[in-house]
Design a protein around this ligand. Structure first.
Ligand SMILES: Nc1ncnc2c1ncn2[C@@H]1O[C@H](COP(=O)(O)OP(=O)(O)O)[C@@H](O)[C@H]1O
Ligand SMILES: Nc1ccn([C@@H]2O[C@H](COP(=O)(O)OP(=O)(O)O)[C@@H](O)[C@H]2O)c(=O)n1
Length: 223
């Protein structure tokens, strides 16, 4: 049987960072569900899809040819054989992901692909609807948040650290984060919201190590 830990929450709350560390610590699989929406957005752009054509977007999601390869340096993601690990992390790719994620047929097309990650001994699933829709019976559900300002500061530092030569503006990043929060929370299909049995964790004033310790202690109390 697989022990399922879901970590949901808004952009920049620290889900991806903490989920990867947690999966490593516990020897669990890692599901980065956001990557699947980012890949769908990117594939739709590459196929010059009309973003208001739901049926076409659904077809793109259904036929995604994706491979996740874990190495010591992290996860490399291939779309139709091309390494797109960097290309899916831009702010534009995040906005595109949020747009395609609001389309019900896209969500439906990606559902089973996500559930297939649940294998013994367990999985850490990072996203927006992991606890509410994809794994409603998960043994531990966490809803990780932080203030929008703190999340924008983190995202700015992350983008600057990536050293792409681009310049970034805090106000624009804050605006994008707030726009994505709004779009993700207000959509009708699997909106961003805490499952009723999720533990709320605010990371605004906590270090990554503190958040990890909090979740590990919740895990130990439940297994
Ligand atoms: N508790 C924290 N304190 C400070 N920085 C953090 C914290 N959690 C995550 N970060 C940093 O914030 C950035 C965004 O984190 P990430 O895990 O990508 O968030 P999410 O997956 O929720 O969008 C990363 O650079 C990460 O190192
Ligand atoms: N389970 C999920 C995961 C992501 N998404 C969408 O995909 C977008 C990108 O997700 P992400 O987790 O990669 O984004 P960040 O939180 O890392 O910025 C989000 O803004 C959501 O719109 C979703 O709808 N459901």
């Amino acid at each position: 049987m697989a022990f399922i830990i879901t970590i949901d929450g808004p952009s920049g709350a620290g889900k991806g960072t903490v989920s990867a560390k947690l999966a490593h610590e516990l020897g669990f699989a890692l599901l980065d569900s956001g990557a699947l929406y980012r890949l769908t957005g990117l594939a739709a752009r590459l196929n010059q899809c009309n973003f208001s054509d739901s049926a076409a977007l659904g077809e793109v999601a259904r036929s995604l040819d994706v491979e996740f390869c874990s190495t010591e340096a992290g996860v490399t993601i291939y779309l139709s054989g091309q390494d797109v690990s960097q290309a899916i992390r831009t702010e534009q790719a995040g906005m595109d992901a949020s747009a395609v994620a609001a389309v019900p047929v896209v969500r439906e097309a990606l559902l089973q692909r996500q559930r297939d990650f649940a294998k013994a001994p367990g999985v850490v699933a990072d996203g927006r609807d992991m606890g509410s829709t994809v794994f409603p019976d998960a043994q531990l559900k966490v809803f990780l948040t932080a203030s929008a300002e703190e999340r924008a500061r983190r995202r700015l530092a992350q983008l600057q650290d990536a050293n792409t030569g681009e310049s970034f503006d805090y106000d624009k990043i804050l605006q994008d984060i707030e726009a994505r929060d709004k779009q993700d929370s207000e959509r009708s299909s699997s909106p961003l919201q805490a499952a009723s049995d999720a533990v709320m964790l605010d990371s605004s004033d906590k270090s990554i190590a503190e958040v990890l310790a909090d979740i590990l202690s919740l895990y130990r109390s439940r297994c």
